[in-house]
Design a protein around this ligand. Structure first.
Ligand code: SAM
Length: 206
């Protein structure tokens, strides 16, 4: 099993693949905040880890103080790191992000699905993408990642988002076989099934 605390230390290599992926994710979050309507904003990050993609952006962005965020992470050590770095308005919830840990926090204006799609089955990726309209408000932004190692699922993921009514606003890949996508929900929202199990995090590595 992956030691997810150790995994986060790889972010500290400024030239490494994870640091470059992180920069791409943070850029998409800044863009989402730049274009968000005035007023309060809600953000949900599933499998949030230490929150490195979200917390520095919220601290620095002019809209950061408008954001009420929930970060869902299962590992208590990572939750503690995230809480220590969290500005006001951010709650870190320890729990299974694949199930009902998002109940009461949705719909949101920004949905972060980063570091999940390479750690669950393809079926669960598709189910999670299909459920985005029950988590995200129409006009809201979803940001996601997926490695591009063979068999590269990123093309299928982009198609599933389109089928769910999410218009792609950005997609990029980088050296080290990562991809980052972002899109805006243009279609209608769907009711949330509170009993839904979106994905089971298997930590499957290629
Ligand atoms: C690949 S890391 C991604 C962390 C963060 N989203 C990022 O991109 O920096 C995956 C994270 O999912 C967490 N995790 C694993 N199973 C989980 C579950 N069932 N619910 C919530 N978090 C989970 C791990 O502890 C780990 O922090």
């Amino acid at each position: 099993m992956t030691d997810w605390s150790e995994w986060h230390t790889r972010y500290d290599d400024p030239g490494g693949r994870l640091a470059r992926r992180l920069a791409a994710v943070q850029e998409q979050l800044r863009t989402a905040l730049d274009r968000a309507a005035h007023g309060p904003l809600r953000l949900l990050a599933l499998c949030a880890g230490e929150g490195r993609d979200v917390l520095p952006v919220l601290r620095a962005h002019p809209r950061g103080t408008d954001v009420r965020a929930r970060l869902v992470e299962i590992d208590e050590r990572l939750c503690a790191v995230a809480r220590a770095a969290a500005p006001a308005g951010v709650e870190v919830v320890q729990g299974d992000a694949g199930s009902a840990a998002f109940a009461g926090a949705v719909p949101v204006d920004v949905l972060m699905l980063c570091g999940i799609f390479g750690n669950t089955s393809d079926t669960d990726v598709e189910r999670t993408v299909s459920a985005v309209p029950s988590l995200l408000a129409t006009g809201g932004t979803v940001i996601w990642t997926r490695h591009t190692r063979p068999p590269d699922l990123s093309g299928a993921v982009r198609g599933w988002f389109a089928a769910a009514g999410v218009e792609e606003t950005a997609f990029g890949t980088g050296e080290g076989a990562w991809s980052v996508g972002a899109g805006v929900l243009r279609g209608p929202m769907q009711p949330l099934d509170p009993a839904a199990q979106l994905f089971r995090f298997t930590g499957r590595r290629p």
